[in-house]
Design a protein. Structure first.
Ligand code: B4P
Length: 187
């Protein structure tokens, strides 16, 4: 079982490239952003709590996310591998993921870090906001999300550099070109 993390700032294409990885490699997909949006739509207690953070561009607290991830991971049927999309977003989340996978006899095999300049992120998210109906795809919240990324999420790269699993991927160009760079790493 392979465990792959796809990482990057908001709008870097984590969801977009995850779809292509799933299609080619048959991995199971865990997107914490998708799970949270489902909880919000279903108006669960977790969804209500999460929404208070997401609408302001803040991260949902680690304890809520880690609990949610453990449940999601338990539900995953055995496949060739799992792609974690949008998780981990803090160093405590990275440590919790390592502990959870070790209990299952595994570890993160590959961390793919999509590198996209800020101006391009803003352009993509404003564009997505025209049709996404997402409360966090507007300029004010996008700016907050990028700040939060730089302060709280970017340090996760150091965790995986130390583990020796970090791979920087140039995240601009066509979706297929970027996927080609990912395939060079995943084989
Ligand atoms: P997420 O749902 O994870 O998503 P994202 O960062 O907004 O976007 P992604 O990188 O997946 O970009 P996409 O492919 O859609 O997070 C949402 C929020 O949930 C977070 O801000 C946080 O509050 C909360 N959250 C989630 N996980 C959490 C965690 N672990 N801990 C705490 N809080 C958490 O691409 C963006 C757009 O660009 C799309 O419209 C796409 O079509 C376009 N695009 C993609 N590739 C392109 C390319 N090559 N060229 C041009 N456009 C492209």
């Amino acid at each position: 079982m392979k465990y792959v993390v796809i990482f990057g700032p908001p709008g870097s294409g984590k969801g977009t490239q995850s779809d292509k990885i799933i299609e080619k490699y048959g991995y199971a997909h865990i997107s914490t952003g998708d799970v949270l949006r489902d909880e919000i739509s279903a108006n669960t207690e977790l969804g209500q709590k999460a929404n208070t953070f997401i609408k302001d561009g803040q991260l949902v607290p680690d304890d809520l996310i880690i609990k949610m991830l453990a449940v999601t991971l338990d539900d995953i049927k055995a496949k060739n591998g799992v792609i974690f999309d949008g998780f981990p977003r803090t160093t405590p989340q990275a440590e919790a993921l390592q502990t959870m996978l070790k209990k299952r006899g595994g570890d993160v095999d590959t961390m793919l870090s999509l590198e996209v300049p800020k101006e391009e992120l803003v352009t993509r998210l404003i564009e997505r906001g025209k049709s996404s109906n997402r409360a966090d795809d507007n300029l004010k919240v996008i700016e907050a999300r990028i700040l939060v990324y730089n302060e709280q999420t970017a340090p996760v790269m150091d965790f995986y550099k130390k583990e020796g699993t970090f791979h920087g991927i140039k995240g601009i160009g066509s979706i297929d070109d970027i996927f080609g760079r990912i395939v060079e790493v995943l084989g």
